[in-house]
Design a protein. Structure first.
Length: 379
């Protein structure tokens, strides 16, 4: 057995420092608690501390994993405690995969829930689902809030509430047991600025001169229809029939179906939906899609569907080039949907139908200008 080196503990478990008088240098060593052997980490103190800290974490996680396998091998204990959170997380995602396959949820919802489940699994997988308490979940949620990730904290809480609803349904926890529901809902202040008509007029001038004509077409379609960017990028010329543009919205899993008359015109535009579609046809590029690439870029060819993130990025470039000042975070392409709602609402259009909302309260959130415009007193 190797002799223990003459060393100085550095307040990092299992990390030791050895001074060599021959060259006046300090060397760092790490002791593996599983074998008792020492491993050299060189002479850099900062690097040695980082490596030792990470090794401590990895070894501790490995030992905990081994201990839980031993404990859970006891049938009596397993029956008393029930399945672990990790096991339930796996089953929960199998349920979500089935719901995705049957069309009950969309791909975006599935991916969001998968990310929320990963956080829960990483932090609590060895805890029995019946023993997972409100305090544990609240600590994780509060960590995200302190890091400024309030929206993510909201998402986690919402997903975990559903996790326990499914566990109740499956009989893995008692009826009514939902510690996530008892946590305090994180509140977030909406900081993204709204687009006003004046803002649009200045961005419009930039987009008209942009070489990325597809972004201008996408913005005009967004203002005229109020559709989300995903639906705009999916629009095909074959969706037009008998004077109507037919759309089954992606967020609803194609359950919300809208038909827009080609005579539809947003009050702040001097063109109809038919005029905008005509502009999309005049790119001299053969394509199935209204919003399409007009040049070869990397793997995309002329006529290919434009990626939603590309539309967002090109709009942001035009917005910034307009040199506008914003109170809060600059608005994204999605804010065109809110501007469409507000301009149509002022014209007396039923914007709940336009946006495809089942609940009027959802539409009202788009009506809120968040203080971006002055209200004239007396009108």
């Amino acid at each position: 057995m190797a002799a223990r080196p003459r060393a100085h503990n550095l307040n990092i478990p299992n990390l030791y420092q050895k001074f060599d008088r021959r060259n006046g240098k300090a060397y760092y060593q790490y002791r593996d608690t599983r074998t008792g052997r020492f491993h050299g980490l060189g002479t850099d103190r900062t690097t040695a501390i980082k490596v030792a800290t990470e090794l401590n974490r990895l070894i501790a996680a490995q030992l905990v994993e081994q201990y839980h396998h031993i404990f859970n091998a006891n049938p009596a204990k397993k029956k008393r405690m029930g399945i672990s959170t990790g096991e339930w997380c796996e089953r929960y995602m199998e349920i979500q995969a089935e719901r995705l396959e049957t069309g009950e949820i969309v791909d975006a919802t599935f991916k969001t829930r998968r990310s929320g489940i990963k956080v829960l699994n990483d932090r609590c997988k060895h805890v029995a689902i019946r023993e997972l308490d409100t305090k544990t979940l609240a600590i994780i949620i509060d960590e995200y809030k302190r890091e400024g990730k309030t929206r993510m904290a909201q998402v986690l809480r919402s997903i975990w509430i559903d996790v326990f609803k499914e566990a109740q349904h499956a009989g893995e926890v008692e009826a009514g047991y939902n510690p996530a529901l008892a946590t305090k809902p994180p509140k977030t202040n909406v900081r993204r600025a709204r687009l006003t008509v004046s803002h649009w007029e200045q961005i419009d001038r930039v987009l008209k001169d942009s070489p990325h004509v597809y972004c201008y077409h996408a913005a005009l379609l967004a203002l005229t229809t109020g559709l989300r960017r995903e639906d705009i990028c999916n629009l095909k010329f074959s969706d037009i029939e008998d004077g109507l543009l037919y759309v089954a919205t992606s967020k609803s899993g194609q359950k919300t179906k809208l038909a827009f008359p080609l005579t539809l015109r947003n009050p702040i535009l001097d063109m109809t939906l038919a005029d905008i579609i005509g502009m999309c046809r005049k790119t001299d590029i053969v394509s199935r899609y209204l919003v399409h690439n007009i040049a070869r870029v990397h793997s995309t060819k002329p006529g290919d569907k434009v990626n939603v993130n590309t539309v967002t990025r090109r709009f942001a470039e035009a917005r910034d080039k307009a040199n506008l000042k914003w109170e809060g975070t600059p608005p994204t392409f999605h804010e065109l949907r809110s501007l469409a709602e507000r301009t149509y609402h002022e014209a007396g259009v039923d914007t709940q139908k336009l946006l495809g909302h089942k609940d009027r309260r959802t539409t009202d959130r788009y009506s809120d200008n968040r203080g971006s415009e002055y209200v004239v007193v007396g009108e």
